[in-house]
Design a protein. Structure first.
Length: 975
């Protein structure tokens, strides 16, 4: 299994940056159009490093006896597919070694410009007649990619060779040196990981590399190793047990522990079946010891598969990023995780890591990398590989550092699908400027035969101002001119200073327009109509110092009412794509983009100078309200009194509002809430127009003046209510059943019920009334066709007469509309949906506030006696609705539906037609007595007597035997 893991552990020398932009992904600060792609031999896994690219499956060189050995390629930083293989390790002695599938180039690291380069083959084998060992080996090169043996270059970096137990897997027989390799940040040491040493417990070795006084033997400086003969994991001196794979991943730093000395961060992804990260320091002459352990989160998570040391929050202390690609949580879509440990001045015991989660089956965290400050905000950033994300195409997530540590939302998501790559994100490398644009680049490797390079890009900025800063209606601010909007644009970058063309877009009152309201201002330009509230154009920025501005005159529309809220202006900008020239190295020039971490729009606002206010922006009103019950029809002894009767259901509340010694009250509103027995009907005001809007059942109303602000010091108005819709509120039925032909007067039909429907405040007098019709669903008869409500007369109350149709429904049985429930069941409710057939009466309204429609009807007594006498209470339901006969979009009907319920009960003399209970009891007792008497008589007659045995026994008779006379004797006797 270690060989499989080694495939995933890839380090890049210079890692350019990779990024694609499928729809739905965020793109920021990495150039997605001009991607550099480097290719190698098919099947070589050519993607593990940039400039120096490891290809661990490359074919063997001519002097090597094996077929596939791997190799190292050097590539130019250009768009050309121009890479050259570096010749080294071009020999092989089959009697002592095997380089078949040794995976040369599985890891590549550099000290940086002017420094050394190291690459390794962790599956290099040494064998004899009786044994075979997978030791691994590494090559070190000078800066010109040649081997200088006087400077300790070459392939002799194989520290497991020659040790005791080199043929035993319990010791060093499967050492696999070089699966993890790195240089220290001071470039003085090279650090090797050998995760297969000591029964796959693993070991870490630190060796000095530069020629110093140490190497001249003046004093000793290593090598240093972490290795312990005790395999007991619980032993205090040996926190790493067998099969831990220590050294699988490596990184180093100086400001990690409190001592600020060199610390080696080593991953052990199989430790205790969870994984851990060990923080090692030099101690004594040749020993590394554990200073701190970071333990894995869950079983099988491979915590420590990759590690990165990076200062994310800029506090000078190095933080640690750990990948756990196989972390999962039950019943979730999490597949892989990255743990970010923020350093607290060298103390790690109480640090709670920040967990970044990947998607299911994505192996998020297989590679983590410090990519430097790609967005130039003074905080370092990281990249996380998820090679199985996006259906196996792979993705790379870019996270930005911040003063708080790390921003948990990815700033950019890169995908290999657009470039037809598989397992994109298996390896990452960054934090080096390849193209000289002063931005760190990033390279992303995959298990395809290509590597992609992306480069970061610069940002542009925008600003918008308004002059004057306030709208003063008293100084001639009107539709011809009111104020000026000025939008300015420039860009900043570390090194980019070229010409840039942008498009801009300015919008006024955008929030109001989204709510369906009109804008209060217009842009006044020669090229745009006066009705425009949007303005756009293009500008050309010559360089960073040459910003450009555009000014637009703005006018104020007439008769605006909303002077309370400010007028908001928004400006946005986009880069106009252009064909770019190539630089000297053959790379295209970089293209700036907008900063995705900043808002896409720049926003400013201009306020109205408030009239009637001491402070131009803030008004201090002194609103007070009084209210009292008001009956406008009668009073007794100058004291208003209200009597609730069938004939009088309306009452009013007088509301008085004052604003004594106060500033004008803008958009003042009164909200009234009423008890359930009252329903809002309308409003009247003598000296100021008041508008009220009620909710669906009239239990609450919002009232405000028709002006934008409350300027007068005193105003009163009346709020009207009505308390019932049916007269009387409850009726009864009784008497005898009569045929329709036998009825001579209206009273013979049954009890009188009057239904009244009032319509109030549908529209304001300033606009023409819309075509509205009142629909009344009238329960004319029951499901058997018998009368329920007999409609006698329809009248209207108001300035104009309302004619309801069809007229034939008054005293007529023709042309009915039936809405019968499909599932009729016995019920006490008689409505159009249950137990009754309805007709629809249509009453066109004339748009007059306070219109009322009254329906005079009779309860059909005979039907209720015959069908519903057994019910103690029957509820009769009449529904009414308002229907807008127009498609106008600016008319809204509040509470268009209403229901009236009338309880109906039988009189006491017809409440029940059943037999009283005492009669039933006597009948039952009499029946029992008669039954007992019949049984007794039958018994006396022997009806119940059983037959005896003798009656059914057979009678036997014995024959008597006598001497019979002979024939002679009979004849003698006869003679």
């Amino acid at each position: 299994p270690l060989f499989c893991h080694s495939l995933l552990t890839v380090n890049l020398l210079f890692k350019g940056l990779q990024w694609t932009s499928p729809s739905g992904l965020r793109a920021f600060n990495l150039d997605t159009r001009h991607v550099i792609r480097k290719g190698g031999e098919p099947g070589s896994l050519f993607v593990f490093t940039l400039l120096l690219i490891g290809a661990p499956r490359a074919k063997a060189l001519k002097n090597q006896k094996s077929n596939v050995t791997g190799g190292l390629f050097k590539c130019e930083i250009s768009e050309s597919d121009n890479c050259e293989r570096i010749e080294f390790d071009n020999d092989e002695d089959p009697r002592q070694e095997s380089k078949q599938d040794q995976w040369m180039g599985v890891s590549v690291q550099s000290q940086g410009p002017g420094g050394k380069v190291v690459t390794c083959a962790h599956r290099y084998q040494k064998h004899s007649r009786v044994s075979q060992s997978v030791l691994g080996r590494c090559y070190v090169f000078s800066q010109n990619l040649t081997i200088n043996y006087d400077d300790m270059d070459g392939g002799q970096w194989k520290f497991c060779e020659g040790r005791r137990g080199e043929t035993d897997h319990a010791w060093y027989g499967v050492c696999q040196q070089g699966l993890g390799v790195t240089f220290t940040k001071d470039y003085h040491y090279v650090v090797f990981g050998a995760p297969g040493a000591r029964n796959w417990k693993g070991m870490v070795r630190v060796e000095q590399k530069n020629i110093t006084l140490i190497e001249r033997g003046i004093y000793n400086d290593g090598p240093y190793e972490y290795e312990n003969d005790n395999d007991n994991f619980k032993h205090p001196n040996n926190p790493v047990s067998a099969h831990s794979y220590l050294g699988f991943s490596l990184d180093t730093g100086h400001h990690i522990m409190k001592s600020r000395d060199l610390t080696v961060v080593a991953g052990a992804p199989r430790a205790n079946h969870k994984g851990l990260v060990a923080l090692l320091k030099k101690k004594f002459i040749e020993q590394l010891v554990v200073e701190q352990l970071l333990h894995g989160p869950g079983l099988g998570s491979s915590f420590g598969y990759d590690v990165a040391v990076v200062d994310l929050n800029g506090d000078g202390w190095q933080d640690i990023v750990v990948g756990a690609p196989y972390f999962y949580m039950k019943d979730t879509d999490i597949g892989g995780a990255v743990y970010v440990y923020i350093n607290t001045a060298g103390q790690w015991d109480n640090v709670t890591p920040i967990r970044l989660n990947g998607t299911k089956d994505s192996v998020f965290g297989l590679a983590v990398e410090n990519i430097g400050d790609v967005n130039q905000d003074s905080f370092n950033d990281i990249a996380v590989g998820a090679p199985q994300d996006d259906e196996g195409a792979g993705r790379v997530y870019i996270y930005h550092g911040s003063a708080q540590g790390i921003k948990t939302t990815p700033a950019q998501i890169l995908s290999g699908k657009e470039h037809s790559l598989r397992y994109f994100g298996y390896s990452l490398a960054g934090n080096m400027d390849l193209d000289g644009n002063s931005y760190p680049d990033l390279a992303v490797g995959s298990l395809s035969d290509a590597a992609l390079i992306y480069r970061p890009i610069v940002n542009i900025r925008k600003n918008i101002t308004v002059s004057p800063e306030e709208i003063d209606l008293s100084v001639g601010c009107d539709s011809s001119f009111c104020f000026t909007v000025k939008a300015c644009f420039n860009y900043t970058a570390t090194s980019y200073n070229k010409r840039l063309t942008i498009s801009y877009f300015i919008e006024a009152d955008g929030d109001r327009r989204k709510q369906g309201l009109n804008s209060r201002v217009i842009f006044l330009t020669k090229t745009h109509p006066e009705s425009d509230v949007q303005f756009n154009g293009t500008l050309e920025l010559q360089n960073q110092n040459a910003g450009q501005c555009v000014s637009i005159n703005v006018g104020l529309k007439d008769n605006i009412k909303d002077k309370m809220r400010s007028v908001v202006f928004e400006v946005s900008a986009e880069i106009i794509k252009a064909k770019l020239k190539k630089m000297g190295n053959g790379l295209p020039q970089i293209m700036p983009v907008l900063d995705a971490t900043q808002p896409r729009q720049a926003v400013t606002e201009v306020n109205f100078v408030k009239e009637g206010c001491k402070n131009k922006r803030i008004c201090y009103s002194n609103l007070k309200m009084e209210n009292s019950l008001f009956v406008y029809l009668c009073s007794a002894h100058n004291i208003p009194e209200f009597k609730l009767t069938y004939e009088k259901k309306d009452l009013a509340v007088k509301v008085t509002v004052t604003n004594k010694n106060g500033d004008d009250a803008y958009e003042a509103k009164l909200v009234g809430k009423f008890p359930e027995i009252l329903s809002y009907s309308g409003v009247r005001s003598s000296n100021k127009q008041i508008l009220c809007t009620a909710n669906h059942n009239g239990s609450e109303a919002d009232c405000l003046t028709s002006y934008s602000y409350f300027k007068v010091r005193y105003v009163f108005f009346f709020v009207f209510f009505y308390t019932s819709e049916a007269k009387p509120s409850q009726v009864s039925f009784g008497g005898v059943v009569r045929a329709e032909t036998a009825m001579k007067t209206e009273e013979d039909a049954g009890s009188l019920i009057n239904f009244t429907f009032r319509i109030s405040n549908l529209w304001t007098p300033s606009i023409s009334p819309p075509p509205v019709t009142l629909h009344i669903h009238w329960p004319r008869d029951n499901k058997d066709g018998k009368w329920l409500l007999y409609l006698v007369k329809v009248t209207s109350h108001g300035p104009e007469k309302i004619a309801c149709s069809p007229q034939s429904e008054i005293h007529s049985l023709k042309d009915i509309w039936v809405c019968i429930s499909k599932n009729l069941v016995s019920t006490k409710v008689l409505s159009c949906e249950k137990e009754s057939k309805c007709v629809v009466l249509k009453c066109p309204l004339q748009g007059i506030d306070g219109t009322a429609v009254e329906l005079r009807s009779r309860l059909w007594n005979s039907t209720f006696i015959e069908e519903y006498a057994s019910f103690p209470t029957i509820t009769l339901v009449v529904k009414a609705s308002l229907v807008l006969e127009s498609q106008a979009q600016n008319i809204i009907l509040k509470s268009p539906d209403f229901t009236v319920k009338v309880p109906v009960s039988p009189d006491s003399d017809v409440a029940q037609f059943g037999v009283p209970w005492w009669i039933i009891l006597i009948a039952v007792l009499a029946g029992i007595l008669i039954l007992a008497l019949m049984v007794f008589l039958l018994w006396k007659c022997g009806f119940f007597k059983r037959p005896t045995k003798e009656q059914y026994s057979a009678a036997y008779h014995k024959a008597e035997i006598h001497v019979q006379p002979s024939d002679k004797d009979k004849l003698s006797d006869e003679a």
